[in-house]
Structure formats: C-alpha cells, structure tokens
Design a protein around this ligand. Structure first.
Ligand code: HEM
Length: 474
C-alpha cells in the first residue's frame, strides 16, 4: 500500500477536479488543442485531467510525445473502450482496427490490412496507377467549372473516397452517382455527431448510451453510413469468386474461409464491416482535409504556388502524369506538402491511447488503464523545434542547399505501434493529387471573395473554413 501511495505521489499535476464531472469544464471540447495549450502553460508538458471518473493524462511537446510513443511504445499502445460506437456493432469480439484494444486480434487485422495494401493490384493496376487515374478524373471535374468560382471540398472528397472504395470494394464511383453523394453526406455528418461535450460524456457514462433508442437518435448519420457499408459488402459478396482476389473484401472473405482459428484471430463478418468502416473513417476525411489546406495555402501564397509549378514544369513537364519516382527530384514541392501537413495540423489531439501497463514518463507515474491524449498539435507547432511554428514556411523542410529534410518532430501520422496504417497511401495521394492539380491549373482567389480565414474549424479533424477558388487552366 505504501509503495502504491508513493507511486501515486508522482502522478502528473492538473487542474482541480469537481465532484462527478471532474475537470471536464477545464476543456473546450470544440477546441481542445487551445485548452490543452493553456493548461500546458500552467502545469507543464505532462498533466492530468479527470473526465468524470476516467483518468486522463495529456502529453505535450515533441519530447514527451516521442518518449511515450516511440521509446515506450508498448506501454502506450492500448486504446480506451469507447461505448459511443457500440450501436454500430463495435464490442468485445468485434473491434475493427482503429478502436481495437492492443492485443492479438488488432495485431492480426493490422498485419492483414497492411500486407493487402502493399500487394494491392497483384498483376493488375497498382494502387499508384489508380491514384494517377483518379487524379485525372479530379482534373476533369475542376475543368468542368470553366473558370467559375467553386468549393473544392466535394470533388476532392469524391476522389479521395474513391481510393478507399477501390481498395476495399475494387471499384470507384462516378462523381455524379446519387448513391455516392448520399454516402459522403452521411459520412460528413457522422463526424459532427462525435464532436463536443455530449459525446465525451456518453463515453464516460456508458449507461446513457444504452438508453433504448438514444444512440440511434443522436448518431443517425453514423448509423446510416454503416447501413451503406453493409449494402456494399452484401452486394460484393454476391459476386465473390474465391478463385480471384479483387480487393481487400475478397482477401478478408478468403481469410474467413479458413475456419475457427481465423475467426479467433478476428476474421469474421462483423469485423469485415468494421475494418471497411475504419478505413473510410480514417482514410477519407484526413486526406481530403489535407488537400483542402494545400489548395488554400496556394491561394494565400501565390509566390509559393509559382515555385511549385516551376519545379513541376522542370521535372515532369506539362503533359506526362506525375509518378512517385518524381518525388525524389522535387524537394521544393515535397517540402510544401510536408509544411501543409504541419501547419494544417489536421488531427490536433491525435486519437486517444491508453496505457497497457503501469509506466513512467519523465519521472511521472502513469498507471495502467489511463487514457492518454497525445497532443500532436503541440509537437507540430513546438516552439523549441520549429523556426516559425505558426507560419506557413516550407523552408522548415529544406536545408541550406535547398535539399529536402524531415525534422523528427514531423509527426502528423503519429508514431510507434499505433502509427497511421495508411501513411504510405496518404503520402502517395497527397503527392500525386497535388502535383497533378498544380500541373494543370493555377488556383486564384475570385475577385469578389474576401481573403479566406487561416484558422481551422475543429470536428475531430481541424479543417479549413469553407472557401471558394477559381481553377485557371495552365
Ligand atoms: C491512425 C493520421 C490517412 C488509416 C491514424 C492516426 C493519425 C493518423 C494521427 C492515429 C495514430 C495513433 O493512434 O497514434 C492520418 C493522416 C492522414 C491519414 C494525417 C492523411 C493525410 C490515412 C489513410 C488510411 C488511414 C489514407 C487508410 C488507408 C488509419 C488507420 C489508423 C490510423 C487504420 C488506426 C491505426 C491503429 O490503431 O493501429 N492516422 N491518417 N489513415 N490511420 Fe491514418
């Protein structure tokens, strides 16, 4: 008992905790990164919060986040259980990947998904070729605006979602497809349903989620989105031929065929729908938002846009589609894309982790089962690392000779065992979509539009406020 008490005396400091709600009033759940910054000034890089009776520790700055995620990777690899997703089918034996507890099933599903992604195409079109093809469709959508002002959000989202559809279901949707519109609409609304104080409260007081009908009412769009995934999987299963592997769903069905052992490893029908939903959830909004930031920064910094275009013209020319091989010869464009990710700071507070065992961090004791917030924003804007943390400054990623360099504190995909599973695909999409668009168009601010806001809007991701642009063919 004395030993335990001694350990707890080294628990991180934090704001005063009130009965029942703990410290929940200390955080603005519509802008948590801002609240965390204020608390960091008061309590240092590692402090505790109390969401009702759940212990939470927030890690800030490159050093603390890296030590936890990289040097003590397994200690911090678990995820807290989030009851708000129960109504979608998440539960003890069906966890998908993103919200799965650290354990056997998560490892198997992650390994399977990574290797399926790596081997995608086998003999047919590679994932890279599919991205290049989709970039062509995106350019046609922009061209059809004939220089008029428009919001890039919808077409970019369609292009990005099509990559997930290709990977999971082996086919893409036409941009005018009604089903596709609905899918994207429900998905967009799903994110808003998860933001704010109330969903946080439901996660720590799960009994509320179990009030009959309540979750279905609050999370209507999430439910509708999941119903769509179910329809797509069912349709896909009707045409399944075990002799061919068209995509991730086929590969998953093949695993399921292997019987009891495979089922125990997590390969069962419910997990197939959850993995599909996870890939949509984790892979579409993130990449779309990053590309929206990229075009916004090009509007705000036309001189940077011109330099990127000059590099494209020199290395690729105006006609040949870009390939990933070009990246190595394009340090400036590469630096600009990295700076978009750093400055856009799209997942400012990361995804929640949980300690897998009792652990220590910079002299603090953190017990097993503590929810951990990795404040990625505090790393991407760490004043001790970046020369101009709050400015768009591609030189953060260039050395004195103009060569590309990547500082260790560049962690938009997080790090360690839970590092983003789609990082390779995301990088490919960002490079190929961005260079193809800038090869074909110059983006300008319409004359009747005010200068767009540079601050973001938080709903799980930090996205730009809506803005209009004109895509002038080059
Ligand atoms: C997890 C960032 C694109 C799939 C994550 C995490 C971050 C992240 C910060 C949380 C890691 C952690 O818990 O510490 C991003 C960014 C993207 C992007 C910035 C685009 C610019 C994608 C894409 C896919 C994807 C395209 C799918 C193909 C996943 C999955 C996880 C994840 C499955 C959960 C990993 C796990 O829990 O083991 N991502 N991501 N992401 N991401 Fe991404």
């Amino acid at each position: 008992f004395m030993k335990r008490r001694k350990k707890w005396s080294r628990y991180p400091p934090g704001p005063v905790s009130l009965p029942f709600i703990g410290t929940m009033l200390s955080v603005d759940f519509h802008n948590p990164a801002h609240s965390f910054k204020q608390l960091q000034k008061k309590f240092g890089n590692i402090y505790n919060l109390q969401n009702c009776w759940t212990n939470v520790v927030v890690l800030n700055g490159y050093k603390a986040v890296k030590e936890a995620l990289v040097h003590r990777s397994e200690d911090f690899a678990d995820r807290p259980y989030l009851p708000i997703y129960e109504h979608l089918g998440y539960g003890k034996k069906s966890e998908g990947i993103v919200f799965a507890r650290y354990g056997h099933s998560w490892k198997e599903l992650r390994k399977f998904t990574l290797s399926t992604l790596r081997n995608f195409g086998m003999g047919k079109k590679s994932l890279e070729e599919r991205v290049v093809e989709e970039a062509g469709f995106l350019c046609s959508a922009f061209k059809s605006k004939e220089g008029r002002s428009f919001d890039v959000h919808v077409p970019v989202n369609k292009a990005v979602c099509n990559m997930i559809c290709t990977m999971v279901f082996g086919e893409r949707f036409d941009y005018s497809d009604e089903t596709f519109h609905k899918l994207l609409h429900f998905f967009e609304n799903s994110l808003n349903e998860e933001t704010g104080f109330f969903p946080q409260l439901l996660n720590v007081v799960p009994i509320l989620v179990r009030i009959p009908g309540l979750a279905q009412k609050i999370f209507q769009s999430q439910k509708a989105f999941m119903d769509f995934i179910d329809v797509l999987i069912d349709k896909h299963m009707e045409t399944w031929n075990p002799a061919y592997t068209r995509d991730l769903t086929d590969a998953f069905l093949k695993e399921m065929e292997k019987g009891k052992e495979a089922e125990e490893n997590g390969f069962h029908y419910n997990n197939l729908r959850l993995v599909a939903a996870d890939l949509f959830g984790a892979g579409s909004e993130t990449t779309t938002t990053t590309l929206r930031w990229a075009l916004l920064y090009m509007l705000l910094h036309p001189e940077i846009q011109s330099k990127v275009q000059a590099e494209i013209d020199k290395v690729i020319g105006r006609e040949r589609p870009p390939t990933m091989k070009d990246q190595a010869s394009m340090p400036y464009t590469n630096a600009v894309i990295h700076e978009v990710q750093r400055c856009g700071d799209i997942i400012p507070v990361g995804l929640p982790h949980m300690t897998y065992r009792d652990t220590e961090l910079q002299g603090f004791f953190i017990p097993k089962g503590t929810t951990i917030i990795t404040n990625l924003s505090s790393v991407l804007k760490d004043e001790t690392v970046w020369e101009k943390p709050n400015e768009f400054y591609p030189e953060h990623f260039l050395d004195v000779n103009g060569q590309f360099v990547k500082p260790d504190a560049f962690l938009p995909f997080s790090a360690g065992r839970r590092v983003c599973l789609g990082e390779q695909l995301a990088r490919m999409e960002l490079f190929l979509f961005f260079t193809t668009l800038l090869q074909k168009f110059t983006f300008v601010l319409p004359e009747d539009q005010p200068r767009p806001r540079e601050d973001g809007h938080f709903a799980l991701t930090n996205s730009p406020h809506p803005y209009l642009l004109q895509a002038v063919p080059r």
